[in-house]
Design a protein around this ligand. Structure first.
Ligand code: HCR
Length: 373
């Protein structure tokens, strides 16, 4: 990776010092300008939709196991964008813009199988929480979820716990609904001391189907499972209690390729994320609503892109003041801000049921349900 440019060495060192004693909300942290991204965190849910064909293919599975494997293949395909896109595009992970309350990100992918639509809304500012809904009507598959982050510092890296979960819902031809709980992996931001941060995944995450199928995914970096970075091992079993003798094991690199290493398909390829997936199509900024992400951040983003950090910072200060003003007014009028597209559910029953099926820790019971259906 690129080393810290000499003119930035001082600011990077003091940034590292400040994060080493920091715990909580990374978004509130002032980072040196060369590490700033012109993209708002509100756009990140679009990574879930980029492997559009794999998302739609979930509905094509004939058996519950086929569908669970399709959910896993789609999930793995999304991780490449989620955790490596900024690094592959710019040489290092970057600090995204912290969305304002009520900021939205809307877009779609058009494919021969119909339109796949994304609706994302920033439902909390401090700490940042983004709620999202992705759906393809024709194939009757949807994804609903939310994500916040808890960060801490450990040794040489920042550890980010993703707070939230995602649920796939699929209408079956017989009228029933199958759901899949997707828990979110833990991230480590590495490479900080070299000034070129990148993401590695650690520990494990799970996919639990309402039909019983349980998938446990273990993540390892360089030096484990075959030595490569971004490695994983997924075990697929009929139910959580059978996970120690899985029907399938799949191993490989989540950002690239994997194959079956145990079970009836052993030796066959599994997922392939080596080609680039199509990015979301978004309305031109002039046609966007005033709360849409790229419209809100236009001046700040232009400043960052052109390296005019004074302009970016002035535009950001203006935006922050406007936001403070809005919140103050709402308090004075006794009219608190309301979500536009989502409803807050303090304890999500679907989540509770699926967590119980695999004996997971029900620590993120809240959910945000899309209002539009
Ligand atoms: C941790 C992170 C902000 C959150 C990003 C999340 C967790 C958001 C939800 C997506 O579905 C998945 C996802 C992917 C990103 O990899 C992750 C970001 C990576 C870095 C960023 C920090 C706030 C930036 C800190 C500044 C650094 C570069 C030192």
């Amino acid at each position: 990776g690129a080393a810290v440019p000499s003119e930035h060495k001082g600011s990077w060192t003091s940034f590292l010092k400040s994060i080493s004693t920091f715990s909580g909300d990374l978004s509130s942290m002032t980072a040196p300008s060369f590490i700033l991204s012109p993209t708002s965190l509100a756009e990140f849910p679009s990574y879930w939709g980029e492997p559009t064909e794999a998302f739609i293919a979930i509905s094509k599975g004939k058996t519950a196991e086929d569908r669970a494997l399709a959910v896993l293949a789609w999930f793995l395909c999304t991780t490449k964008g989620q955790f490596t896109r900024r690094e592959t595009q710019t040489g290092s992970e970057k600090k995204p813009l912290n969305p304002v309350l009520g900021e939205t990100f809307l877009g779609r992918w058009d494919t021969p199988q119909g339109k796949t639509e994304l609706i994302a809304e920033q439902v909390s500012h401090h700490p940042p929480v983004t709620a999202y809904f992705l759906h393809n009507k024709e194939s009757r598959v949807s994804l609903q979820g939310h994500c916040g982050q808890k960060t801490s510092f450990s040794g040489r890296s920042i550890v980010v716990k993703q707070v939230g979960h995602a649920l796939i819902r699929l209408s079956l031809p017989d009228g029933g609904i199958e759901s899949y709980l997707i828990t979110l992996p833990r991230l480590r931001i590495e490479g900080l001391w070299y000034g070129s941060p990148y993401i590695e995944l650690s520990d494990s995450s799970f996919i639990q189907s309402s039909a019983g199928t349980h998938i446990a995914i273990e993540y390892k970096g360089k030096g484990y499972f075959g030595g490569k970075s971004h490695s994983f091992k997924a075990s697929v079993a009929k139910s959580a209690k059978d996970i120690s003798s899985p029907d399938h094991v799949i191993e490989g690199q989540w950002n690239a390729k994997s194959s079956y290493t145990k079970g009836s398909h052993s030796g066959k390829p599994f997922h392939d994320a080596t080609k680039d997936f199509p990015e979301i199509a978004v309305a031109p900024i002039e046609e966007q609503d005033t709360m849409e992400s790229r419209r809100i951040w236009k001046e700040v983003a232009d400043g960052i892109r052109k390296g005019n950090f004074e302009a970016a910072s002035a535009a950001k200060t203006k935006l922050e003041n406007e936001q403070r003003q809005k919140r103050k007014q709402e308090t004075e009028l006794g009219k608190p801000w309301q979500m536009r597209y989502f409803t807050h559910v303090p304890s999500d029953a679907d989540y509770g049921k699926l967590v119980k099926q695999f004996g997971g820790q029900p620590d993120e019971e809240e959910a945000f349900y899309y209002k539009g259906l």
